[in-house]
Design a protein around this ligand. Structure first.
Ligand code: NAI
Ligand code: MG
Length: 354
């Protein structure tokens, strides 16, 4: 088995954590007997922008569009290129052009990571947030009328298509079915948003008929955020629209103290296009160049990428190796009060794979 991976480190600490991610993936491939063919690309970075006046070459889709997955670092150097240019010229284009309609983030309490929630130990919190990534509240439909006058009005429409809602629900139910707890939670707000959210609920009910082995419930988004903080152990798979999912997918990792090491996938499940796997954090210009960035978010994203291409055992082994390393004070990086450098931490994860 050979998986072709496009590697895009991007900017800042993306360039420092990416080699560690690749190191661990190579170790996993060796151990589990598959091959990874890496192709490196320097675009989707501010260096590229300064040289070429654009974030990516004209033919970027041909260059990376047939890979099995894209392994991404981070983009953005706000002192050199405005963030809206760097982000919209790279990651946002990937999401749209490659129809990555799932944004997937694990929420998992890890050893060695201080949780802001009291009385929780590793293992207590372990769930997934599945966010709709292409439509919903983040539509471009709307406008401003009578600008600059007392009659100024702005309108922005929410778009929910049957195809768009059903496909994210299907992904979430499939994910729930694949887990031991076989449970799904849907985020809604059908008491206040009286057209689109009841539609979302209706499609959940309809989809659930195909998954009679999966138990499910739903919460209004306001009380759901409270439950994330007070009862995070109740969740298994949480599915939400674009806006609600955006909020939950930051809140979840924050509750486990892992926002700095959290991974994510922007996924096209049918694999018609490559999916992008990247740490949640950005390019961290404040610590770039010191060799102290935590590589765990990048490495964990690599595990999600292996899961996506079907290397389930290797993916699970990497997550386990991350836990082994995080449990040891001397192997953690400075953000987690440890003495390890970026590469010491990365090497330790590779070694822990055995
Ligand atoms: P950031 O995530 O880069 O940094 C926030 C804080 O967390 C900083 O103090 C940083 O030192 C720390 N931090 C982040 N990752 C870390 C790691 N692996 N190890 C240790 N400490 C870490 O967010 P910020 O500062 O708001 O944005 C910086 C640039 O990154 C901007 O240009 C922004 O647009 C971009 N960005 C890109 C993202 C992406 O590529 N997906 C996501 C978020 C921000
Ligand atoms: Mg966000």
């Amino acid at each position: 088995r050979v998986h072709r991976i496009a590697v895009i480190p991007g900017d800042g600490i993306g360039k420092e954590v990416m080699p560690e991610g690749v190191r661990v993936l190579e170790a996993a491939a060796k151990k589990f007997g598959f091959k990874l063919a890496f192709d490196d690309f320097d675009f989707a970075s501010c260096d590229y922008y300064e040289k070429h006046g654009r974030m990516m070459p004209e033919d970027w889709k041909e260059k990376i569009g047939t890979h099995d997955a894209i392994y991404f670092g981070a983009v953005g150097m706000p002192d050199r290129v405005p963030d809206h240019i760097s982000l919209w010229g790279s990651l946002i284009l990937f999401r749209r052009e490659f129809d990555q309609y799932i944004n997937l983030r694990p929420v998992r309490l890890m050893p060695g990571v201080p949780s802001p929630l009291a009385n929780r130990k590793p293992g207590d919190i372990d769930f997934w947030v599945v966010r709709e990534n292409t439509e919903g509240e983040y539509s471009a439909i709307g406008g401003k009328m009578f600008p600059g006058t007392d009659r100024e009005v702005v309108v922005q429409e929410t778009v929910m298509s049957r195809v768009g809602v059903d496909r994210v629900l299907k992904f979430a139910f499939e994910l729930a079915r694949s887990t031991p707890k076989k449970h799904l939670t849907s985020a809604t707000k059908s008491n206040g948003i009286a057209i689109t959210m009841p539609y979302w609920d209706e499609r959940v009910k309809e989809m659930a008929k195909n998954y009679t082995d999966v138990k499910w419930n739903q919460f209004h988004i306001d009380i759901l955020t409270a439950h994330f903080v007070m009862n995070p152990d109740r969740f298994n798979v949480v599915v939400a629209s674009n806006l609600f999912g955006d909020i939950l997918s930051d809140l979840g990792p924050a509750c486990t103290g892992t926002i700095g090491i959290a991974p994510s996938g922007n996924i096209n499940p049918e694999r018609n296009f490559p999916s992008v796997f990247e740490p949640v954090h950005g390019s961290a210009p404040d610590i770039f160049g010191q060799g102290i960035a935590n590589p765990i978010g990048q490495i964990w994203s690599g595990a999600m990428m292996l899961e996506h291409v079907g290397e389930h055992d290797a993916a699970a082994a990497i997550v386990k190796a991350i836990e082994t390393v995080l449990s040891q004070d001397k192997l953690r990086t400075r953000d987690l009060k440890g003495p390890a450098s970026t590469s010491e931490c990365g090497k330790a994860v590779a070694a822990a794979l055995g």
